[in-house]
Design a protein around this ligand. Structure first.
Ligand code: GLV
Length: 311
């Protein structure tokens, strides 16, 4: 018998679907809400944004599984049991979905989607000259499981892609820049900037006013990492002043984005409600089942998070 305590941060709307897949993969598994007092006996927590202090009450806990690719939601809980290993989801379907989102917002910007939608409203048949995007320079910040897919898809559309990582990665089929100097050189020399980084103490506030100022005039910024990586006020200022052509954002410092947030008034900022890559139980339950099996057999599960690196 394996008891899983479940919390998806949205009123457990996906609990039944997870239960269906996990119990089908192993009838010994039982899934209950983290809020249920019976969850105190759970060995596994499958969670997104669990209430502060709740995981510490699970005295048999052997594994924490993040219900997403990011794990920053877990660092907010100061009482989280430090010795319990954490895994995150790594799902080619999610990488594919995220890559599609990046392509959608980037191509919409480059092919003047906002202008033609406005035209449509006014019943006008006006044209803009199309941009030459062959060999256009694109920087991707974060070249792990997701960034690598995005980079290769953009490369196949003939963009000139460079990826950035804080520390050297294994060989990738695109250019790589590493560390502080690599970051600075990409910021100066690219026209499209795509942030796909995990939120850690090193990436918090990375896209500051200075960084936006250093981007070439007319640059476009895309963020599907985390809102806290961006100085939102500086981004707004950079767009309003015309220094940046605009931005497409799927993540924000505060979510849901408050109705009074000034981003809503800026037409050059495209706003998405954190949907670029959504967790799909059907494509991810197997890795959770395998991780549970590994932990219960005394083996290390895949996709373990390093709490020091914070991802
Ligand atoms: C989404 O933001 C995720 O971390 O999966």
């Amino acid at each position: 018998m394996t008891l899983i305590a479940f919390h998806d941060g949205i009123e457990n709307a996906s609990l039944d679907t997870w239960r269906y897949h996990l119990t089908k993969s192993d009838p010994q598994i039982s899934v209950i809400a983290l809020s249920d007092s019976k969850a105190n006996d759970a060995e596994i927590a499958l969670v997104w944004n669990p209430p502060n202090g709740r995981l510490a009450e699970l005295k048999n806990l052997k594994l924490i599984c993040s219900l997403g690719q990011g794990v920053d939601h877990l660092w907010k809980d100061q009482k989280r049991p430090q010795s319990v290993p954490i895994i995150r989801l790594v799902d080619p379907h999610m990488s594919h979905a995220l890559s599609q989102w990046v392509l959608a917002v980037l191509l919409d910007f480059l092919r003047d989607g906002p202008f033609y939608r406005e035209n449509r409203l006014k019943r006008e048949f006006n044209k803009l000259p199309q941009a030459n995007t062959i060999a256009m320079k694109v920087a991707i910040y974060g070249i792990g499981a997701i960034g690598s897919v995005v980079a290769q898809n953009l490369q196949s559309l003939q963009f000139d892609v460079s990826g950035w990582a804080q520390t050297p990665k294994t060989e990738r089929p695109f250019k790589q820049k590493i560390g502080k100097h690599g970051f600075e050189s990409l910021i100066h020399s690219n026209f499209i900037h795509i942030c796909l980084l995990p939120l850690t103490k090193n990436t918090k506030g990375l896209f500051s006013q200075d960084v936006f100022n250093e981007m070439p005039k007319g640059s476009y910024f895309i963020n599907a990492g985390r809102g806290e990586q961006v100085d939102e006020r500086a981004l707004l200022q950079a767009v309003r002043s015309g220094h940046l052509s605009g931005a497409a954002l799927d993540v924000f410092c505060e979510e849901p984005l408050p109705v009074s947030h000034p981003f809503w008034n800026e037409p050059k900022i495209s706003i998405w409600p954190h949907i670029a890559a959504q967790t799909d139980p059907a494509t991810t339950f197997e890795q959770i089942a395998r991780a549970i099996y590994a932990v219960k057999s005394g083996l290390a599960p895949k996709n373990l998070v390093d709490p020091n690196r914070q991802y």
